[in-house]
Design a protein around this ligand. Structure first.
Ligand SMILES: Nc1ncnc2c1ncn2[C@@H]1O[C@H](COP(=O)(O)OP(=O)(O)OP(=O)(O)O)[C@@H](O)[C@H]1O
Ligand SMILES: [Mg+2]
Length: 227
């Protein structure tokens, strides 16, 4: 299904942190949302998810911090079971093992609570939870921020493989243009609570138009990064 949302906006403490914004993402399309820290990317992600879920659209979310997804008082096994239950799926140890192996967290002790796992392992666990089902949209907010570059690249490869045979659309939120440019069809740039540029990835990289986009593209060292 095509993901559409219109007039998304957020005001906090009397300040507009997201100006009215429309989003359209085609089935299977991969879109990057990039921009400086504080430009409103996570805010847009959250309000988009809330709106879509209220309309019954299935959305999986990998929040910027694993803390947003994991309850410190609950075991990792509990979180996994809850994620399956929310999707009305019965427990499937083979599916679980496959995802854990792919994300290299098979050594994690599921009886432990989140703080018994490293930050990077928690982040990969949350990514694994998001990949249990086949949502209409997968929103990933800085999904590799706690991972080393090699594990980050492997995680993004897994994501590519997951999306390949599905109609699931991806919104990849990051301030890392290098990461986004390798993985998405289209890039949207946020600046001060507004989407100021929205273009196919290649065109964007060849000819950024706005100051915010030019500033992102000016950092050419991203070409050498592995992911
Ligand atoms: N609960 C809140 N109350 C007031 N202002 C907020 C709140 N949450 C976020 N903001 C402000 O909204 C703006 C956008 O924040 P947001 O977290 O969406 O940015 P971001 O682009 O995701 O940044 P980053 O790349 O650092 O994750 C920032 O200026 C932030 O200070
Ligand atoms: Mg953010």
């Amino acid at each position: 299904m095509t993901i559409t949302a219109t007039g998304l906006s957020v005001i906090r403490s009397g300040r507009t942190i997201l100006h009215p914004t429309d989003i359209v993402i085609r089935p299977g399309e991969r879109v990057g949302l990039v921009g400086a820290s504080g430009s409103g990317k996570s805010t847009l992600g959250h309000v988009l998810i809330d709106n879509l879920r209220a309309e019954g659209v299935s959305v999986a979310h990998v929040p910027q911090s694993p803390d947003e997804a994991l309850d410190p008082l609950r075991s990792m096994a509990f979180h996994w079971r809850e994620a399956e239950r929310a999707l009305e799926l019965s427990a499937d140890p083979i599916r679980q093992q496959m995802l854990f192996n792919a994300l290299h967290i098979e050594g994690g002790d599921l009886r432990k609570r989140p703080w018994g796992w490293s930050r990077g392992m928690q982040q990969r666990f949350v990514i694994a939870m998001a990949l249990i089902g086949t949502p209409d949209l997968l929103v990933m907010d800085e999904p590799t921020s706690a991972l080393d570059p090699v594990v980050a690249a492997g995680t993004m490869d897994l994501l590519d493989a997951y999306l390949k045979d599905r109609q699931t659309a991806l919104l990849l939120i990051t301030h890392d243009l290098g990461l986004a440019a390798r993985r998405v069809h289209r890039l949207m740039v946020m600046d001060d609570g507004k989407i100021v540029e929205d273009a196919p990835t290649e065109r964007f990289l060849m000819a950024p138009k706005t100051q915010a986009a030019k500033a992102l593209c000016a950092h050419r060292n991203w070409l050498e990064l592995p992911c």
